[in-house]
Design a protein around this ligand. Structure first.
Ligand code: ADP
Ligand code: MG
Length: 267
């Protein structure tokens, strides 16, 4: 059975996509079968996995609106070792089209049910808003991974997100929980970041992942090569942190046993 997780935070530029693609690559490296769903019309997770968003024959749009099977629309991101259900600008229109469709919040959930046995992990890269698209992600998921920068207003932002997740939990998806908060773009030399990090642990306790992702230029460079940092430069500090994070995720959610080369077999 696949464990489905949203990478979400209603703020833009906080590291959601970087977390989604690198966690996907890290999980693949530790032997998990992974599907990455790009739910952002910007298509950054698609491009960052080496799949050209301008040339998608089928995308997550077709899955949500036309009930195209995920198996038909997902593609193997060859060097990354995981599958991608891609997105592009077309997905922006889905926001409006979904409103008049039956089961509008549950269409991704229904679509993913058909590939439940094919993957150990499904990761959903959410757009920076609480839209109908994000709601589809939250309704499909077992949990949410929240990447955040340890900055002054960070706690306030996360409080809003926690509130939203509680509402979805109460009204639409009783399975949904926060799996954890991931500190990203962390600079240990900055006193403020250390303070916010401590505050975060005081407030959320165990929900703060042990792994910390450092600010690392290699992670920022990797997307222009169409690769997650983990694949682009495995020796970079940021990449190593993401592989460590993948291990922490597997331990935290009790995923399937590692299956070396599992990703290749899917192809
Ligand atoms: P989001 O998906 O939340 O909008 P991104 O993952 O696209 O955020 O990250 C925003 C920017 O920050 C991107 O340019 C990305 O390359 C950069 N970035 C993300 N994480 C790191 C990191 N750990 N170190 C350096 N740059 C990072
Ligand atoms: Mg993004």
């Amino acid at each position: 059975m696949a464990k489905i997780f949203c990478v979400a935070n209603q703020k833009g530029g906080v590291g959601k996509t970087t977390t989604a693609v690198n966690l996907a690559a890290g999980l693949a490296q530790v032997g998990q079968r992974v599907l990455l769903v790009d739910l952002d019309p910007q298509g950054n997770a698609t491009m960052g996995s080496g799949v050209d968003k301008r040339q998608l024959a089928l995308s997550v749009y077709d899955v949500l609106i036309d009930s195209t099977p995920v198996r038909d629309a997902a593609m193997l991101a060859e060097p990354c070792g995981y599958h991608v259900l891609g997105a592009n600008r077309e997905l922006a229109g889905a926001e409006i089209e979904l409103v008049s469709l039956p089961q509008r919040e549950k269409r991704l959930k229904t679509a993913l049910a058909a590939v439940d046995a094919d993957y150990d992990f499904v990761l959903v890269d959410c757009p920076p808003s609480l839209s109908m698209l994000t709601l589809n992600g939250l309704c499909a998921a077992h949990g949410v991974v929240v990447p955040m920068q340890c900055e002054y207003f960070a706690l306030e932002g996360v409080t809003d997100l926690v509130h939203t997740i509680k509402q979805v939990h109460a009204n639409l998806n009783p399975d949904l929980e926060i799996i954890g908060l991931l500190r990203v773009m962390f600079d240990p030399r900055t006193t403020l970041q250390q303070q916010v990090s401590e505050q975060l642990k005081g407030h959320f306790g165990d929900k703060v992942f042990d792994t910390v992702i450092p600010r690392n230029v290699r992670l920022a460079e990797a997307p222009s090569y169409g690769l997650p940092g983990v694949v682009f430069d495995p020796s970079a500090k940021g990449s190593q942190a993401f592989v460590e994070f993948a291990r922490e995720m597997v331990a935290r959610v009790g995923a399937a046993k590692p299956r070396p080369a599992a990703a290749k077999k899917q192809a």
